[in-house]
Design a protein around this ligand. Structure first.
Ligand code: ZN
Ligand code: ZN
Length: 361
């Protein structure tokens, strides 16, 4: 029987979100219904509401979630009812040209549930990133459910489903940070601080945080930054050189996605160093770099999409590190709220007051 539950909907560009009744179909083949326990509020949810992703309103927002599998359809082998799972937006297909070559973490043909969740009048909903988890329950593809240790707090665990994974993965998977590296991270919101935590986990010995907000720089210290730079008052490139014996960082991470910031990353890295872009640019942005230096400095200019994560490989491992006290996921949870608090949480996010507000159900 289809179920009616509460969910948070964006109906029109720029209008406040509303909590309303939505209809969840029974899971079809390869699908699962998950009872949501927690879901973080991410910038991408706001981008959906602003019409910045596409125009397929109404959206069922929310995509950084953890919960318990309530029902599964036919042909579901990877999970069973009762499993504690983190939802991911990279359910790999297993047979695209990338998967075929053993690069499932770059799968070009990820999938979501085939059936649609709807409003009670039958209007089809577009779930954010194919998830839609600001709701008591959601319908996803079974491959979007990654089973992890149920001892983890749902509010902390869910954050691995998007922003925190993007940041940790930018450092570890994309940047290849390893023992003894120096790492500079520009932008210390949820993603940037996750990159700092990732750099620390990987054994970086010099971690430098750059932001224009001293509150965020203080948080960066708590996630493992050894040096902080307020780039409103200090020259970030110069200071990074100073903290790295005059050479620059082995890995420089742009967690903002602005051409000016990217250029600073480019200039602040050592010869043969790596620049990682994990912040999301907008369509009108253009980047200009001295081409000879692109060649002459060597190294790599890389982009990190979802932290180049493979959920089945990375989520259980990071949850284990969290449970061992080696990764402070709780530190990303600035506050817990109810479904009705999402709109206010957007404003707090815009004002830079929170790393993550997390809806707890
Ligand atoms: Zn694939
Ligand atoms: Zn997100």
């Amino acid at each position: 029987m289809p179920q009616t539950v509460e969910g948070v909907i964006a109906s029109k560009v720029g209008e406040p979100v509303t909590t309303t009744q939505i209809v969840i179909p029974d899971p079809g083949p390869g699908e699962a219904v998950v009872a949501i326990q927690a879901c973080g509020v991410c910038h991408t949810d706001l981008h959906y509401r602003e019409g910045g992703i596409n125009n397929e309103f109404p959206f069922l927002l929310g995509h950084e979630a953890a919960g318990v599998v309530e029902a599964t359809g036919d042909n579901v082998n990877e999970i069973v009812v009762g499993d504690f799972v983190i939802l991911n937006w990279r359910a790999v297909c297993g047979n695209c040209r990338s998967c075929d070559r053993g690069r499932e973490h770059l799968c070009f043909n990820t999938h979501n549930a085939k059936q649609k969740m709807t409003l009670t009048d039958g209007t089809e909903l577009s779930p954010a990133l194919g998830i839609g988890a600001f709701a008591e329950k959601t319908l996803v593809a079974a491959g979007q459910c990654t089973k992890v240790n149920p001892e983890a707090s749902p509010a902390a665990a869910g954050l691995l489903g998007c922003g925190v994974m993007a940041g940790i993965g930018a450092a570890i998977n994309t940047g290849g940070v390893s023992r003894g590296d120096s790492v500079a991270v520009f932008g210390c919101g949820g993603v940037g601080n996750a990159a700092i935590a990732g750099a620390q986990l990987a054994g970086a010995t010099t971690v430098i945080a750059v932001d224009i907000d001293d509150r965020k720089l203080d948080l960066a210290k708590s996630f493992g930054a050894h040096h902080t730079i307020n780039s409103r008052t200090e020259d970030a490139v110069e200071k990074i050189r100073e903290y790295t014996s005059g050479f620059g960082a082995d890995v420089a991470i742009d967690a903002i996605g602005l051409p000016e910031v990217y250029k600073q990353c480019f200039e602040a890295r050592d010869l043969a160093g790596t620049v990682v872009l994990v912040g999301v640019p907008t369509p009108e942005m253009k980047l200009e770099l001295p081409f000879q230096e692109v060649f002459g400095r060597g190294g790599a200019l890389k982009s990190s999409w979802y932290g180049d994560c493979l959920p089945s490989r990375d989520f259980p491992m990071l949850i284990d590190l969290y449970l061992q006290g080696r990764l402070d996921l709780d530190g990303f949870v600035s506050e817990t709220i109810t479904l009705d608090g999402v709109e206010e949480a957007f404003h707090k996010m815009e004002r830079g007051e929170v790393l993550r507000s997390v809806v707890v159900i």
